[in-house]
Ligand binder design. Structure first.
Ligand SMILES: NC(=O)c1ccc[n+]([C@@H]2O[C@H](COP(=O)([O-])OP(=O)(O)OC[C@H]3O[C@@H](n4cnc5c(N)ncnc54)[C@H](OP(=O)(O)O)[C@@H]3O)[C@@H](O)[C@H]2O)c1
Length: 290
């Protein structure tokens, strides 16, 4: 039985699906009762309700699990304390394998959510657990949050300069690798950077979207004040707003990308391109409406 934490988020659901597709029994750790149905629908065999802030909930989730995939919620100021708690629960309950969903370039002190993940990685080195760490780049699927505006207005809006270059990775490739390292031998102690093969400016991203949709799409930078107003109106707290603003500034100043060789080697094929990822999303939407 493999435990997946943070299972109801976009990463968690993708990892659960990939494990279930390979015939692996999954226990999903979720926070809200209504997420139980969602995860059972994804094929999880068991769902445990609980909160990362409560050690007892994590012990309950770990009991009897052979391995776990830990996904901390995005923009979580307590990521290190949560990491400590889940590592302690894994140790106490004899969970044999611990795979941690980190991030590409956790060494980046300017981005608190990266730096905190580096601290959790360090805790794993000292834990005595049989660990593997995945470090994914920004997901291609992040672009889909603006899908309606892209399709209806031909506008691809980003909170940084349109010249910003990103080496995005397809979340489905990441989930495939997650299932692989959880279920096959030979990945103990590994730290894998998972980056796609293209490094695209936001103008190039818009051009691919245009090609795929068969309509003009223009990249446009969102005014920072508008972005903040909107983020706060959507309930983002101070930590999330500040951390995201620093991430946008970092992306804009330095770009954010990695080398695709590790991902290529693990997948045994070239990583999914952005055009392929978008074409797949479009096909899935068409299938859903047919
Ligand atoms: N997005 C990217 O491009 C990218 C790239 C690399 C790495 N990552 C990393 O991937 C991780 C996952 O991101 P995500 O967007 O998939 O996840 P997410 O949606 O932010 O969070 C996953 C789940 O955690 C739950 N949760 C929140 N607080 C909780 C608590 N106190 N106790 C129990 N559950 C709680 C959430 O439940 P609710 O639904 O109730 O809120 C949500 O369903 C993050 O650590 C992020 O840094 C992301």
């Amino acid at each position: 039985m493999i435990l997946v934490t943070g299972a109801a988020g976009k990463t968690g659901r993708a990892v659960v699906r990939a494990l279930v597709a390979g015939g692996t029994a999954v226990r999903a750790f979720v926070r809200r009762a209504e997420q139980q149905v969602l995860l059972l629908g994804e094929g999880a065999q068991e769902v445990v309700l609980g909160d990362f802030q409560r050690a007892a909930d994590l012990h309950r989730a770990c009991a009897g699990a052979t391995a776990l995939y830990h996904i901390c919620p995005n923009m979580q100021p307590d990521e290190v304390a949560i990491g400590q708690r889940i590592i302690a629960a894994a140790q106490a309950n004899g969970v044999a394998r611990f795979v941690y969903h980190s991030v590409l370039h956790p060494q980046t002190v300017e981005m608190a959510h990266h730096w905190n993940k580096l601290r959790v990685e360090e805790l794993l080195f000292k834990s005595g657990l049989d660990f593997t760490i995945l470090q994914p780049a920004a997901y291609m699927q992040n672009v889909l949050t603006g899908w309606q505006t892209i399709v209806e207005q031909g506008l691809y809006r980003v909170p940084y300069a349109v010249t910003t270059r990103l080496g995005m990775v397809d979340l489905l490739d990441v989930a495939t690798v997650a299932a692989q390292v959880l279920t096959e031998p030979g990945h103990s102690g590994a730290i894998y950077e998972l980056a796609g093969a293209e490094v695209l400016s936001q103008v190039e991203v818009a051009a691919i979207l245009a090609e795929c949709l068969g309509r003009p799409v223009q990249a446009a930078a969102i005014d920072p004040a508008d972005w903040e107003r909107n983020a706060r109106a959507n309930g983002l707290n101070d930590y999330a707003v500040t951390t995201l603003q620093r991430m946008f500034a970092y992306y804009e100043r330095y770009s954010f990308w990695g080398n695709p060789r590790v991902l290529t080697g693990l997948l045994g094929r070239a990583p999914t391109t952005f055009a392929q990822s978008i074409a797949k999303h479009k096909r899935n939407l068409q299938l859903a409406t047919d």
